[in-house]
Design a binder for this molecule. Structure first.
Ligand SMILES: [Zn+2]
Ligand SMILES: [Zn+2]
Length: 434
């Protein structure tokens, strides 16, 4: 009896040990699996670099502006179709959406790239310079598209490892329209890009020459600014330039307005809040000895809270009312919200920060301050949890031309890091949901 008990206990001990051991093995296999995925991604992305360069050079050679991305969009749709994805074209004009279903059930996430170029004449010595005269991919959207396409390519080869669905979104007109009407993201959302399948979280990036290639920058919460456009006409009365008292001088009033607007930034706003107000265009007058009867002005307002934006909007109007009272002008005033601030979801930021540190090394992941440039990715980020980050495209030791300049030329090693970070983050986001 006693012996049986001992044998029984020994048996139980062995069984429990075996169970523990196999559980431990499984756990280790789980971790190893994840690391395996990242090393497979690294290898695969390394392997398609010649293809990535070819695609980027083609897109760079044929830049097309806001809502006119016709050939670009056809090229992208064709590429995605060849990968076997379900492709929809013609969203918001030239927008493209491609759905990649993983072998296993799970969440649905979106990966967004923008397609538009700028009306800038290229001034680089690249062999694959713009062939569309007067237009250039000076904001790096050619790199964004290439990163999106290469990510789609790699992930479509790894379908069996994907839990859930990835929707690739190629969006027109990120730069916005000159008249302040809705840009690409808003229009794609209005046309249902986030539905069927319903996208639960969104991922995007922007190249940034201020950071060397191999580094990224991001932050939780507001990353990029609310963007608003200001359109003002000051209306006066013409008279002889030598007899100003017989007219109402629109140029003088407009000058006063521009100067007084800065009080909204320096005197009216809490100094702890960030904001910029720039009048970038002013047009008026006929000749040296005529009092101008009209001045048209355009400007941009950048903020990180809707309260500060509201204060500036009403502040501009109050200044114009004051000038009406003191100088006798009348005015027309329009304040258009172009895009809201880009908002990074707290949970996604923490998750991606940990992942990026693992992939790039702790010192290559920068927590940035909010930037006063805008991005219409914000439209997605105010609808669903989103994560947007800056991808370093600077070359160490080289002074880089900035984005929107005719000499902008990102370091092409970004065509490795971009897809690596996007695909790794996609796996991480999908795995977090099952
Ligand atoms: Zn831009
Ligand atoms: Zn851009």
């Amino acid at each position: 009896m006693k012996q049986n008990k001992i044998i029984g206990l020994c048996f139980l001990f062995v069984m429990v040990s075996v169970l523990f051991f196999s559980y431990d093995m499984e756990l280790n296999a789980g971790t190893a699996n994840k690391d395996d995925i990242y090393s497979v991604l690294k290898q695969k992305i390394e392997g398609i670099q010649p293809e990535a360069l070819k695609v980027r050079h083609h897109l760079h050679e044929f830049p097309e502006p806001c809502f006119k991305e016709n050939e670009t969009s056809k090229y992208i749709a064709q590429y995605l179709r060849k990968l076997g994805l379900e492709v929809t074209e013609g969203i918001a004009g030239t927008g493209v959406k491609a759905v990649l279903k993983g072998a296993k059930p799970g969440r649905t996430i979106g990966v967004r790239a923008d397609m538009d170029a700028l009306p800038i004449t290229e001034n680089t010595d690249l062999e694959f310079q713009s062939k569309n005269n007067g237009f250039m991919h000076a904001c790096g959207h050619d790199v964004h598209m290439t990163n999106g396409l290469m990510s789609a390519r790699i992930l479509s080869e790894m379908k069996d490892k994907i839990h859930g669905t990835i929707v690739f979104i190629f969006q027109p007109c990120e730069e916005g329209t000159p008249d302040g009407s809705p840009s690409g993201a808003d229009r794609m959302i209005a046309e249902g890009v986030l539905e069927n399948p319903k996208i639960e979280a969104m991922l995007g990036l922007h190249v940034m020459p201020d950071y060397p290639v191999g580094t990224v920058a991001l932050r939780e919460g507001p990353l990029m600014a609310n963007v608003a456009s200001v359109f003002i006409s000051i209306l006066g009365k013409a008279s002889h330039g030598a007899l100003p008292h017989q007219g109402v001088d629109a140029i003088y009033a407009a000058s006063m307005a521009v100067v007084q607007f800065q009080a909204l930034i320096s005197r009216m706003k809490d100094p702890n809040e960030r904001a910029v107000l720039t009048i970038g265009k002013m047009d008026g007058g006929v000749r040296l000895n005529v009092i101008a009867d009209r001045v048209d002005m355009e400007g941009t307002v950048r903020t990180f809270s809707f309260e500060v934006q509201d204060m500036i909007r009403t502040g501009i109007e109050n200044i114009l009312k004051g000038l009406q009272l003191s100088l006798g002008i009348t005015y027309e005033y329009r304040f258009e919200n172009s895009s809201r601030y880009v908002k990074n979801d707290a949970k996604m930021t923490q998750m991606v920060l940990g992942l990026f540190k693992k992939i790039l090394g702790e010192s290559n992941v920068v927590i940035t301050e909010p930037m006063t440039i805008g991005e219409d990715f914000s439209a997605y980020s105010h609808k669903i949890p989103s994560l947007f980050f800056f991808l370093g495209v600077g070359t160490k030791g080289k002074t880089m031309e900035k984005i929107h300049s005719p000499g902008f030329s990102p370091d092409e090693k970004a065509l490795y890091y971009g897809p690596l970070l996007l695909t790794s983050a996609a796996f991480e986001m999908l795995d977090a949901g099952h």
